[in-house]
Design a protein around this ligand. Structure first.
Ligand code: PMP
Length: 285
């Protein structure tokens, strides 16, 4: 991924893609002092750019560092990076990490680096394919207790368990893995939140130990605007047999129906389809 043309915004300036490097003794690499965002631009406009910039700064604060750029500066930097790369429909990846000045657990005075990369990632809006639904494995690792890890931050370190779980799911023939939380309740996927449909209402786990996705909040608003009841509650895995539709949602996944979770089967239906369409309209508005 590092040998490409184009520009990456790096600590305030656009630099050639190949030159956007960091030192091997970066604190962020050794000790996980790193946070990031995942966003999408549609027709040149980043969906919920401000919300992502706010979460980016909040994630850093949870990891005890401050991003040295304001929300407004970050929003402008993302737009400038899109323009410099002449991209309209793309993924947007801000990342911030502690630098290489101090090589120890404590690194209070290290510099904070910020970079923004964008790359082509058109949204695949093909409703017929989407409605076939994907298959999810059930992950071995669980989302940690919020008293054990900074669960509400989009922190690079928390993605270690996501990568292991997603690799295992792919090896076993699944598209992704459903992760339970530390108490064994249904939590989320490795890079997306999860929703279910039962008796015309949406059911989704309470986001108390995993990322309360910006897409998740958008889907809740879109469902309510349609008059669909949204119930945030504890969902145990043995309940999956009684739920009718299932979909995952996130910046990358958008709204993607699920056909299977391990032994449980779902039939993507009218509510999933309506929310796919509403989400597509919202991001392209
Ligand atoms: N959970 C995890 C673990 C994620 O990585 C993501 C993607 N950022 C989400 C949920 C969904 O978040 P969002 O809708 O803000 O992209």
């Amino acid at each position: 991924f590092d040998q490409r043309d184009g520009f990456i915004w790096y600590n305030g300036a656009l630099v050639p893609w190949r030159d956007a490097k960091l030192h091997v003794l970066s604190h962020g690499l050794h000790y996980g002092s790193c946070v990031f965002e995942g966003e999408r631009a549609y027709n040149g406009k980043i969906f919920k750019s401000r919300e992502h910039s706010e979460r980016f700064r909040r994630s850093a604060e949870i990891l005890d560092f401050e991003i040295p750029f304001s929300v407004e500066e970050l929003d402008a930097a993302k737009d400038a990076t899109l323009k410099a790369n002449k991209l309209l429909n793309s993924y947007v990846r801000p990342v911030a990490w502690r630098g290489s000045e101090m090589m120890a657990v404590a690194a209070q005075h290290s510099t904070i680096n910020v970079a923004i990369a964008v790359w082509d990632w058109p949204s695949m809006f093909d409703i017929a394919t989407k409605m076939k639904g994907i298959k999810l494995d059930i992950a071995e690792y669980r989302r940690p207790d919020p008293q054990t890890a900074p669960s509400m931050a989009k922190a690079a370190g928390l993605y270690m368990i996501c990568t292991i779980s997603k690799h295992r799911a792919e090896r076993r023939g699944y598209a992704d893995a459903l992760m339970l939380d530390w108490q064994g309740r249904v939590a989320e996927c490795t890079g997306a939140n999860v929703f279910f449909v039962k008796d015309g209402a949406l059911h989704t786990p309470i986001a108390d130990c995993f990322l309360d996705g910006i897409t998740r909040r958008t889907v809740i608003d879109l469902a309510k605007a349609r008059g669909i009841e949204v119930i945030e509650r504890r969902i145990m895995p043995d309940e999956l047999a009684s739920l009718e539709e299932c979909f995952i949602c996130g910046t990358g996944a958008e709204v993607t129906p699920v056909a299977e979770i391990g032994p449980y089967k779902f039939v993507p239906g009218a509510i999933s389809r309506a929310l796919i369409e509403d989400y597509d309209k919202a991001v392209n508005a």
